[in-house]
Ligand binder design. Sequence first.
Ligand code: C5P
Length: 219
Amino acid sequence: MSTHHVVAIDGPAASGKSSVSRKVAEKLGYAFVSSGLMYRAFTWVVCEVGLDPEADPDAVVALLDKTKIEASRRDNELFLLVNGSDPGDALTSDYVNGNVSKVAKIPDVRKALVKQQRACAEATDIVMEGRDIGSVVFPDTPYKFYLDASEVVRARRRAAQGLGDEIAERDRLDSTRKVSPLKVADGATKIDTSDLTLPQVVEALLGQLSEQGVTPSST
Ligand code: C5P
């Protein structure tokens, strides 16, 4: 599928995936890719057009064909342009938080975005975080992690970011959808981050990767 290394990091909302993935990517010299940003970017378009993803999934799928999501690399991170515009803070707006899981459960939406996610590894080594990266997007990568944390800790972390995000409802939708639900991928190393600091989690991942032969010098 890809000749480049892919470190897959999955887990529920606010499990620490983004911060950990960004740091691990930085340490390894890989590009960091948040697959959630792609679902968020398309959900923003759905919002702009005024569609209700649950009431009219067919219209959402039709909108996919008219939507251009371009990914480019900036400071070792994926930067998205949606129909030529930078969605900026809109990606974490209440509308997007409240609707992204409803958009992400539509099979044709996933098919299109998974294709884009796989393309990210064609050019470079990546650390990609999401919900189905180890199970569906890159099932063959030997470098898979699943980060979790208690519901209380995750809600606290989200609140500390000042985001009004109903993570319990998103997690419910993400774990129970028919296509590519959130789950621990076969072969993934599971880490409970509830009582760990960011550097401790990063160290745990880098230690495991190093045992598997992935070190900064090998890139
Ligand atoms: O990671 P983040 O919280 O930004 O993801 C936002 C939403 O995008 C998730 O709640 C989920 O519905 C969807 N998503 C997904 N598959 C992924 C990444 C994100 O369905 N690989």
